[in-house]
Design a protein around this ligand. Structure first.
Ligand code: BGC
Length: 374
């Protein structure tokens, strides 16, 4: 081989081996700012950890912050990440309407933004990654319809109360509407009866998705409408943190002897224990590890300057379902936000093993209780 050819080959090999060095060891490693709402609601600890691990494993530097559910603090935390020159922001907003100004600052510095799980109402958002939020609610509603066999109720009637999420969280309305749309025909026909009369989102919402707030509201409802022995059949709760408070209120303040059907969402550890113990009927599980995978692959494509559309799904060959949706969500009137939406799953005592343990999301003790996998 001629010397020149060897030299060219060596140069090519050196270039290739340089490419193989993990980016973190390189000059100019890209940095991802990850802003999560709070550690006090269980799932965000998992989201934060998965995102942080996966971006690091792919060779990025990361800055992960939790803002204790305080809107001003999240604005400040994001401002600090912008000042630290992050290359991309992944944000799960505390208040979807409160980040406009800070995201304008990000846009000025050309820092792209992925709205994670909760939609941020700012046109500075490039993409939205979440689960199909409306479907989460329909799964909860349909669970009630199927479990009580409402289509064949005959003369039977059932009493139901609703508990929804945080009005500042854009998801909360989707969850509530999904459930309500499935159940409203039965409310209208009288098969379901909302004894408190509280059926609009604002009356049933729970600021900050707070367990204690949900508990106290349900205690008030039980004292006002059920203390005379009226039976409560269903507590439709939008997620697990609210379901936890509602089930505690029912345990302490409800005199009826029937089991109340309680819905939830997330697969929080305490709620899965309640499902095992028969105190909660179901939860809608969202595999946040997969939500982090989609976010990483999307971020990489964006940072590489690729055109991102539904072809990312085929190119990435994920082993889970995800839809590319350009219609359902908008960051402002008429401004559609391209979204990657994963598929939620109903979990009950019947499928704890297949849905949560077999895929490796949780481990199960000998006594049947589940714990998030390390
Ligand atoms: C998430 C839910 C979660 C709730 C409270 C929502 O935005 O989508 O999974 O239960 O926030 O943390």
């Amino acid at each position: 081989m001629k010397k020149k050819t060897v030299a060219i080959l060596l140069t090519a090999m050196m270039a290739m081996s340089a490419m193989a060095i993990p980016a973190s060891a390189e000059e100019g490693t890209k940095k991802i700012g990850i802003a999560m709402p709070t550690q006090s609601l269980e799932r965000w600890n998992r989201d934060g950890a998965y995102l942080d691990e996966q971006f690091k494993a792919a060779g990025y530097d990361t800055e992960l912050v939790y803002s204790d559910n305080q809107i001003d603090r999240q604005v400040n935390d994001i401002q600090n990440m912008i000042a630290d020159d992050v290359d991309l922001l992944v944000i799960a907003a505390i208040d979807g309407e409160a980040l406009n100004t800070v995201l304008e600052e990000a846009a000025e510095k050309e820092i792209p933004v992925i709205s994670y799980d909760r939609l941020i109402k700012s046109d500075a958002v490039a993409y939205y990654v979440s689960f199909d939020n409306y479907t989460v609610g329909t799964l909860q509603g349909q669970y009630v319809v199927d479990t009580l066999d409402l289509d064949n109720a005959g003369d039977a009637t059932y009493n139901i109360e609703f508990t929804a999420g945080d009005p500042a969280d854009n998801n909360a309305g989707y969850f509530f509407n999904g459930a309500y749309d499935v159940l409203s025909p039965y409310i209208e026909s009288g098969v379901l009866n909302v004894v408190s009369g509280q059926t609009d989102f604002d009356s049933v919402a729970t600021p900050s998705w707070d367990t204690q707030t949900a508990l106290e509201r349900m205690q008030n409802i039980l004292a006002s409408y059920y203390a005379d022995g009226t039976q409560l059949d269903v507590a439709l709760c939008s997620n697990d943190s609210t379901a936890l408070g509602v089930s505690q209120a029912i345990e302490s303040d409800y005199a009826g002897d029937n089991t109340v059907l309680i819905t939830g969402q997330d697969g929080d550890e305490a709620n899965l224990a309640n499902i095992v113990d028969g105190k909660q009927s179901m939860t809608v599980y969202k595999a946040v590890a997969n939500e982090a995978v989609v976010t990483l692959d999307l971020a990489e494509a964006m940072l590489n300057g690729e055109t991102v559309d539904g072809s990312l799904i085929e190119a990435s060959a994920w082993d889970f379902d995800c839809a590319y949706d350009t219609e359902s969500y908008e960051t402002s009137e008429g401004n559609k936000c391209p979204s990657f939406l994963l598929v939620p799953t109903v979990v009950t005592t019947e499928n704890l093993q297949e849905a949560l343990v077999d895929p490796g999301y949780y481990t199960m003790d000998d006594d049947g209780y589940l714990h998030p996998a390390e």
